[in-house]
Each structure stands twice: as C-alpha cells, then as structure tokens.
Design a protein around this ligand. Structure first.
Ligand SMILES: [Zn+2]
Ligand SMILES: [Zn+2]
Length: 334
C-alpha cells in the first residue's frame, strides 16, 4: 500500500509500505478521506516529537477491509468514522467511564500509525458506523465535531440561552452550530473578521473581532443582560481564555476545549467574585454517534469547512496550504 511516512521533522515521503495485519479485536480500514489538523502540522514540523518513522493523520472515514479474530462488529464492507484515541480499559478512570482521561491513552497518527495511508489498522471498538446517505467528505470532521459536542454538553447549554464561541477555526465553526442545535443564540468572537461571513451563514447571530471593542460590552449588548450564559473557548491561546472570562456573565459557565500550551494568567478574583464555573473538556467519550447524527439531520454543515483537497501524493502541498490563512480544513482524498 501507499503511505505518507514521516522520517523526521519535515521529512515526509509517500512510499510503499507493508499492509498491516489486523490482530485480535482489530479492524483494517481502507481510508476514503482524511482531514489535516494543527496536531498533524505540529508533528510534521517537529514541534511535537513522535517516534519515527510514523504515519500521521487521525481524522478519517473509510471502509472496513478486513477484521481480526473475534471481531463481530464492524463487518467487512461497513463504512465507518474512526475514533482515533483509545484507552487502556483497565485503570480506575477507564472503569468509571472517563476513558478520555486515561493516562495510558493511545492516539492514532501520533503513538501508532494513522490515516495518511491507503490502509490503517485500528481497534474494532474505534469504528463507528457511518449513517447512510451522508457523503464521506461530510463525515470527515466527525472527530473535531465530537470534541465540540462534548464541550457544549460540558457547558450544560439549554435552549433559549446565549452563548459565545471564542475562535473561528474548525472547532469554533462547528461549536457554534452545535450550540445553535441546542437552541442557544450564538455570538462568534475571533481575533480576525476573516471567517465571520461563514460563521453567520452557519448560524452565528452576531460576530465580533476582538480589536473592535471591549468584550464585556459586546456580551452585554448581545445577551441583553450581564454577559452570555456560556462560553466555549476553542482557540487554545492564553489570550482566548481571558476573552472567554470577559464574555461570560456572573454565574455563567466557561468551557475550555482549545489547548493553551503556554501558561496563562487568569484573574481568579473575578472568577470567585462572579461565581464563574470553568470546566475543561478533553476530546470525547461517546460523542461520535451524536456528532454524525447532527450531520445526518442537517443541524451541522461540515461541507463549507473543507476548503482544499489533495491526493495523497500531494501531501506536502497539503501541509503547506494548511498554514495559509484561506484554509480552514484541508482534505486528503485517498
Ligand atoms: Zn485533529
Ligand atoms: Zn485507562
């Protein structure tokens, strides 16, 4: 089979590779479409070290090509979206259902080979049946969508509430749609106004660029009270955390799902005094089925997020385009 193999930072070559053999409880999946994200880029650039050689890629849809001994679901031929993180299943966190928090979690495309290849081997339990009648490409972002489905649930958003989304990348543009599907009115906040036309098309009622004025005022105007009920932070920068705290009302909730790798100073005085609830939200537990249901039902539109498409042979170009401001989600078509 063909695979894009990373031999070291920025040393990516499409080569012939041995087809992996599915072992017990494993499935071999033929990749149809794969999405490229910031995590892949940080591995590609060497910022996030992995063991080499490594096949990157963790957002994908495909068809089951073969299954190992003992596998009853999925079946050969099934179309599936892949949950690309799997836990040990044995530790206290896993046993109590918090498998996303397992300290021995394995990430496909990071710890083991991923989907920038014609075929990829995954545990059978990571395969989620794709709904009929929804195109492969429309399910390509199921993984990031599952992230925000969980984030919105962690924010306990109810119909009629106001919400703000910080960040207008893939996660932000998906989060605003999930919030809308839950019945919230949504304000989209970003450093740049570049994606605001799309954000409005996808259901944001209002948009605000950070430089255009104080966030507290904007949140009060939008919510017609002391601030929004819930903020979902997707940008993952230290400033974005401060922006989220500026937008939320006293007694409101802030969900952090972007990953701010750099330390950030938070004015906890205002958290205490305003009784703001801050919760983290880490990837997903069982949100894949709900993510695909939202797409199948038309509540979440994923098509407009895919701005570029490349063949596997052009993957280096795909990585370059990922960094361009005009790209939201770059797809690799297998
Ligand atoms: Zn990703
Ligand atoms: Zn575990």
């Amino acid at each position: 089979m063909k695979a894009a193999i990373l031999h070291g930072p920025r040393e990516l070559r499409v080569e012939a590779a041995r087809v992996p053999e599915p072992g017990a409880d494993q499935a071999l999946v033929r990749v149809a479409v794969a999405g490229l994200c910031g995590t892949d880029y940080s591995i590609f650039s060497g910022d996030r070290p992995v063991t080499y050689p490594r096949v990157m890629g963790h957002e994908f849809v495909g068809r089951v090509e073969a299954v190992g001994p003992g596998v009853t679901t999925p079946r050969v031929g099934d179309r599936v979206a892949i949950e690309p993180n799997y836990s040990c299943g044995a530790c206290p966190l896993c046993r109590e259902g918090n498998r996303n928090l397992c300290l021995s979690r394995t990430a496909v495309g990071i710890d083991v080979d991923g989907c920038f290849a014609e075929l990829v081997r995954v545990p059978a339990r990571c395969c989620w049946a794709a709904p009929a009648g929804v195109a492969d490409e429309d399910l390509m972002v199921t993984e990031p969508l599952a992230v925000v489905v969980r984030a919105v649930a962690r924010g306990q958003v109810r119909a009629g509430e106001t919400a703000a989304v910080v960040g207008a990348g893939t996660l932000g543009l998906l989060a605003l749609q999930v919030l809308r599907a839950r019945g919230a009115r949504v304000l989209a906040v970003s450093r740049s106004a570049r994606r605001f036309t799309l954000a409005r098309e996808l259901g944001a009622e209002a948009t605000h660029a950070v430089a255009d004025g104080p966030l507290e005022e904007v949140a009060r105007g939008f919510s017609r009270r002391e601030g929004v009920d819930c903020v979902v932070e997707t940008a993952g920068t230290p400033e974005a955390v401060a922006h989220a705290l500026a937008l939320v009302r006293p007694g409101g909730r802030v969900v952090l799902t972007g990953l701010p790798h750099d330390p950030t100073s938070v004015r906890f005085f205002s958290v205490v005094r305003r009784e703001v609830t801050i919760v983290g939200s880490m990837i997903y537990q069982d949100e894949f089925a709900e993510a695909m249901r939202l797409v199948a039902a038309g509540h979440v539109r994923t098509g407009p997020l895919i701005t570029h498409r490349f063949a596997l042979d052009e993957i280096e170009r795909a990585f370059a385009v990922h960094r361009e401001p005009a790209s939201i989600k770059v797809a690799v078509i297998l």
